[in-house]
Design a protein around this ligand. Sequence first.
Ligand code: HAS
Ligand code: CU
Length: 571
Amino acid sequence: MAATTTARTGARVAAQASAQIKEIPYVIPAADKRFIGLHVLVAIIALSIGSLFGPLQSFEYAGVDVYPLIAPLFKSYYQGLTLHGVLNALVFTTFFITGFFTLTIMYGLKRRLSVPKLNWAGFVIMCVGLIMAAIPTLLNEATVLYTFYAPMQASVFFYLGLTLVVVGSWVEGYGFYITYYQWRKQNPGVRTPFIAFGSLLTMVMWQIATLGVAIEILTMLVPWSLGLIPGADPQLSRTYFWFTGHPLVYFWLLPAYVSWYGMLPKQAGGKLFSDSLARLSFWLFLVLSVPLGFHHQYVDPGIPAFWKWIQALLTYAVAFPSLMTAFTVIASLEYAGRKRGGTGLLGWIRALPWGDPSVSAQLLAGILFLFGGIGGIINASYNINLVIHNTAWVPGHLHLTVATAVTLSFMGIAYWLVPHLTGRKLWKPKLAVAQTWIWFIGMIIFSNGMHTVGLLGAPRRTPLGIAPYVPPEWNSRLIQSGIGGAILFVSMYLFIAVMIGTLVSKKVAAADVPAIPVAESLQDPQNTPAWLDRWAPWLAATIGLILLSYGPQLISQIANMSLTSPGFKVW
Ligand code: HAS
Ligand code: CU
């Protein structure tokens, strides 16, 4: 009896607290807006430079060797490809995500960061690392592509710089955890607001995942590039790399999911269909993101087939939370479309606010991700992987995923975020809507060309513009990739133009500044089961599964490590 009364009182306190949290209006202080804005600024500058090389890669595929034209500045196709991958896939994403999470955590928990100096320190470390890695890359001393596989050997500053970017993001993460811990102490029993929860979980996943590259760089690549050890072990270094490299894709994707679940339904005029399903899919990502990097190493001879098989099964499993996401997000959008008067089987889709560039960006990103995701499931099959591995199919896949599901969603987020942070109106919203459609169309053309020419056998990461012979049946597809790449380039710089136009336009009255869109859930989040807001069991499952799927192989590869390969500078 007493226990029931206590439980009821506890539930009432939590319900009151939840009501209070909804009611408190929260405005992000100007200093914090500037801090978040700096992240976004560095991210977009990196993206604008990294994207310069995009069409150069695709023109190479189309048979036009453009590198001699820019030879005084950049030495080779490979230097351009390294800058493209590092700036777009590593730098743009990491800065944008840490900035966006600073906002989602503060706004979700309705409080300032507990130790702002710690987050500042993290940001400064990231910037120092970025400069340290950028200099050797620009000097052609680190033309090792974004995967920096040994035995290709970069300047030690490239490795140290990347390490600092990662360590800086960890430090920002510690700032988030302390903020969350203090919120939790004051709000026992209250469900963590979804946007803050999703962001914290992604950060935790990232900190576990990046242990792989941290160990790779600090125990092998740095001492090797300093000549302190006789050589590198390429097999072990690839295993460390992909321990991080696969979950890296979910570090990119989950911030977009935070927006698709936690913000887009509000922007579309509806509600999140299921708070519980949203949280469950995030927990599954925590557990399943890391232990499956071997699907990037199916062709590596040093890994026994059994472990490839185990991780192939887990790769199929990690598609599941994305399928759940497709269901929940589309259900939320249908709810919004019908509320806006949409009828019939598909009429609700037309009723969505397509004229809002932030919405159109995310909807179009989601549509292409349906195809990118199916491609991923195809890659996961050992047999089919042997057909597509190291072909142009793979950049076809990664441009639908990281370059569209993620980047186009981040553009969509920037369309409300930058006006919100700067207090200015979005410059030319109709142009912004057109930009999202141009990306969509350009990407369909580009990725279709890359996927199909990959199936015909065209290699990835190869300057076909200087190849003496290219099978004639590749030609139309290669030209298609070149055209798609040019359209994407136009779209990217329209985005940059809208961003610059917004930055230089006049400030507007506070009431006209776009609010931060946060979707309510159809059910009160307090009714979400408590086990979906409890860290310990999920963390235990995460660590357990990683030990099971990676432990034996890591032990064996480390025990048999042979540090013999000299460093090669093949560029
Ligand atoms: Fe992948 C290679 C398998 C997802 C990125 N992947 C790559 C590489 C990158 C990458 C960068 O198994 C190249 C690495 C390199 O340089 O070598 N990938 C998968 C699988 C998934 C997957 C099974 N990949 C991603 C995501 C990425 C990404 C996400 C970036 C963000 N991938 C592979 C494999 C390889 C690989 C092998 C190695 C290939 C090789 O041999 O080299 C799954 O997680 C995908 C599940 C996704 C779905 C789709 C769900 C759909 C949704 C959309 C809903 C629609 C909405 C719109 C909201 C099942 C959620 C509605 C709109 C309306 C208007 C109604
Ligand atoms: Cu992967």
